[in-house]
Design a protein around this ligand. Structure first.
Ligand SMILES: NC(=O)c1ccc[n+]([C@@H]2O[C@H](COP(=O)([O-])OP(=O)(O)OC[C@H]3O[C@@H](n4cnc5c(N)ncnc54)[C@H](OP(=O)(O)O)[C@@H]3O)[C@@H](O)[C@H]2O)c1
Length: 335
């Protein structure tokens, strides 16, 4: 089978296309023929050596994949040949609070990922692909879909709440779709007016171009009559958190998710104290959360937004495209 490997050197162009034997499923494992995978910002960091400079190599990258069960190992009872499945981001986080063991079980990081034609999964490390989704669509769910669902369901999103999303990458577009389905009012930002128009088509009530309006937090306050939003899906990190704290209402909620403005930086925490803001770190989610996301996707017939699909032999091009940030929603690879 063909697979991609992060070898000795980091970097997209150092990613190696290799050949290995098709693996055999062991005790309570199943073999999945991969059909599609999706690209995450995390994959860019991982392949660049910025997520973990000490990453054990060779490592098969990518966390998010969809495929078909083609062989069931000894004592595995959850799946049968022909089932359409999605790998869970954490292979060992069934439900409840995250544990140190769960945090070490992420595909395409601590353990090998899904950028291989055949992948062996633990039978507990899979969920069914919702029936209304194709393999390409399903492959977008494990990381950013579960993250957006986890963020919005933590602390209780009420119908009528106002949610602020930042930019139009994978997490934010999923958050828009799920918040809209929950009856929330969404304000979205983007660097592009064309992308803001697309957010508008997804139901976003007000869009702010953060390039044209670098003080986008003030625009948010203007739009909400000075009150601020109930919740922020914070994917920017240190470079945006200060403004997110200004844009959220007193007693509001910030889901701390991303590092798009860089992995370090200084933030004044005082507004969080003075406004009694709840700041919650979100690390993808458990299998139970994935099942919750899938119920919501199925009930509301939500289709993930796919920007472009690349063939398996163009994984490097897909990564460069994701890196350019020209995409809206998700970039997908078809095997
Ligand atoms: N904690 C977790 O569990 C978790 C899970 C998933 C992702 N993440 C993190 O969340 C972040 C987003 O991930 P993703 O996969 O959705 O990324 P992505 O698809 O690569 O998002 C890229 C988009 O982000 C927007 N953006 C970039 N800089 C921005 C800024 N300064 N302000 C506002 N928007 C900005 C841009 O949108 P426009 O072109 O519209 O401006 C850009 O196209 C990453 O840092 C990722 O590592 C964390």
């Amino acid at each position: 089978m063909k697979l991609y490997l992060i070898q000795e050197h980091f970097g997209i162009d150092a990613l190696t296309l290799a050949e290995r034997d098709v693996p055999k499923p062991g005790h309570k494992q199943v073999l999945v023929k991969m059909e599609a995978a999706s690209v995450n910002y995390r994959d860019l960091l991982m392949i660049a050596g910025k997520y973990n400079p000490h990453l054990q190599r060779p490592r098969i990258p990518f966390s998010d994949g969809a495929g078909e069960v083609i062989e069931v190992g000894p004592d595995a009872t959850h799946w049968k040949v022909g089932d359409r499945v999605l790998g869970t981001f954490f292979q060992q986080w069934p439900a409840g609070r995250i544990t140190p063991a769960a945090a070490k079980s992420a595909l395409g990081g601590e353990i090998d990922g899904v950028m291989a034609e055949y992948v062996v999964f633990s039978e507990d490390g899979l969920v069914p692909l919702p029936e209304h989704l194709t393999y390409e669509e399903g492959s977008t769910l494990p990381c950013v879909g579960v993250t957006a669902w986890h963020a919005l369901s933590t602390g209780g999103l009420a119908c009528g709440d106002t949610v602020l999303t930042l930019g139009t990458g994978g997490v934010s577009v999923f958050a828009v779709q799920l918040a809209e389905a929950s009856g929330a009012n969404v304000i979205g930002t983007s660097s592009s007016d064309a992308k803001l128009a697309r957010l508008n088509q997804l139901g976003v009530a007000a869009g702010i171009n953060y390039r044209t309006f670098p003080d986008w937090d003030e625009k948010v306050l203007e739009i909400t009559d000075g009150r601020g939003v109930d919740r922020v899906i914070e994917v920017g990190g240190a470079g945006t958190l200060g403004k997110s704290m200004k844009a959220v209402r007193i007693g509001g909620h910030i889901s701390l998710i991303g590092v798009l403005t860089g992995q370090t930086g200084e933030v004044n925490p005082l507004p969080a104290v003075m406004k009694s803001i709840r700041i919650q770190g979100i690390f993808v989610g458990s299998r139970a959360m994935f099942e919750g996301l899938n119920r919501a996707m199925t009930l509301h017939r939500i289709k993930p937004v796919i920007d472009r699909v690349f063939p398996f032999d163009s994984v490097r091009e897909a990564l460069h495209y994701q890196e350019s940030q020209a995409h809206f929603g998700k970039v997908v690879i078809r095997f």
